[in-house]
Design a protein around this ligand. Structure first.
Ligand code: KIV
Ligand code: ZN
Length: 395
């Protein structure tokens, strides 16, 4: 299925944020309850639909965090992860007791690799365990999400049988994780389309994408999933998550905004994307790579002469998003040895220096010598350069 025959009837994409669960699994990103609550409130402000608050059975601290988040969150659904294990589900049910809207996210591995290596089992047994898990979860809430772990490498015909059975058992959202980040966008999109077309009761559940970034394709795969009928995307701020991370929330939101012809939209307030990225990075003590899309320090920086010249004539020549749309500071003209005269003139003008074309030509040669040494030329260097130049000119 392609963009044109995507499911146009219900075009809202629900954002399921798993920064506090899959994101928090990153070594070094562990949060305490206070930190988790602070981030949950910021996620709610951002407009996420579902907050995966943790894995309650995993530790007393995580149980306490899910309880605290359940008590404080008013608009978003609060979700707790479980395995297809009765005790996990009972503990998640207890942790979510106070939630205005609580969801249990339960599931099991469905690929042959998981079935054989992890469970030493067979497809029929796994299908029964999946159905049983959903039935246990339904004792605690009407909002049950089932994940078919490693769905990306699961045989489609078997996956469709599992999904149909768990929906019949009461799952209201079905999550199709590309757990290992293996799929190509077309493969993942085709998998979602296959389920939309072969699962008889698929209209009774929302299909969800949960993609990992091992090949750098997590966002592309999620978008292809949505184009083919999925209506929930699971993602994290800054793309945090196991190994190479999860689909990045900010990327999904801005892809859908930029490509409005897809007719898909989220409820996210994009102007809060940069502030929350900083908050998550600081709280989790995990720096954001400078070239990260949307929220990286260089996302709105221009450093080569050709780009700077074009950008200064019209920002749209080199920027598809205005920084204020995503709550970032203004675009930056960075001065390096690759910068041109127009950028240098622009920066001098901003610093209050009145310089003509000949002045800039002379200063540019001095600037290049400095830039070769300094890598980046800062305002204080420019002030010294211009002051000295004007002094000599006046002498
Ligand atoms: O990547 C994955 O498969 C998961 C599941 C637990 C949803 O994180
Ligand atoms: Zn995951």
């Amino acid at each position: 299925m392609n963009e044109l025959n995507c499911y146009m009837s219900e075009n809202r994409i629900y954002i399921f944020d798993t920064t506090l669960r899959d994101g928090e699994q990153v070594p070094g990103c562990k949060l305490n309850t206070k930190e988790k609550v602070e981030l949950a409130l910021a996620l709610e402000e951002l407009g996420v639909d579902i907050i995966e608050a943790g894995f309650p059975v995993s530790s007393p601290g995580d149980f306490e965090s899910v309880v605290a988040i359940s008590k404080i969150i008013k608009n978003a659904t609060v979700c707790g992860l479980t395995r297809a294990v009765e005790k996990d589900i009972e503990v998640a049910g207890a942790a979510l007791k106070h939630a205005k809207r609580g969801r249990i996210h339960t599931g099991i591995g469905t690929s042959d690799s998981h079935i054989k290596s992890k469970f030493n089992s067979n497809r029929e047994d796994i299908l029964k365990r999946a159905v049983q898990a959903v039935k246990w979860a339904r004792k605690y809430t009407d909002d049950v999400e089932f994940y078919a772990e490693d769905a990306g490498r699961t045989d489609n015909e078997y996956l469709a049988r599992v999904i149909e059975a768990v929906i019949a058992a009461g799952a209201t959202t079905v999550n199709i994780p590309d757990t290992t980040g293996y799929c190509l966008p077309t493969q993942y999109g085709d998998k979602i389309a296959y389920l939309m077309n072969h699962v008889q009761n698929i209209d009774r559940a929302i299909v969800s994408c949960h993609c990992h970034n091992d090949l750098g394709l997590a966002t592309a795969n999620s978008i292809y999933g949505a184009i083919n009928g999925a209506r929930q995307i699971e993602c994290t701020i800054n793309g945090l998550g196991e190994r190479a991370g999860n689909t990045s929330l900010e990327e999904v939101v801005m892809v859908l905004k930029q490509h409005s012809h897809l007719g898909l939209f989220t409820n996210i307030d994009a102007t809060k994307l940069n502030p929350i990225s900083h908050l998550v990075s600081d709280t989790m003590r995990m720096p954001v790579q400078p070239n990260k899309a949307i929220v990286g320090a260089n996302a709105f920086s221009h450093s080569s002469g050709i780009h700077q010249d074009g950008f200064l004539k019209n920002s749209e020549t080199y920027e598809i998003i205005r920084p204020e749309e995503v709550g970032a500071a203004t675009s930056k003209i960075v001065l390096t040895a690759r910068s041109g005269r127009s950028a240098l003139a622009f920066r001098f003008k901003n610093l209050g220096f009145e310089l003509d074309k000949n002045d800039i030509d002379s200063l540019y040669q001095q600037f290049l010598k400095l830039a070769d040494v300094l890598k980046e030329v800062e305002d204080e260097n420019l002030i010294l350069l211009a002051t000295e130049f004007l002094k000599q000119k006046a002498a």
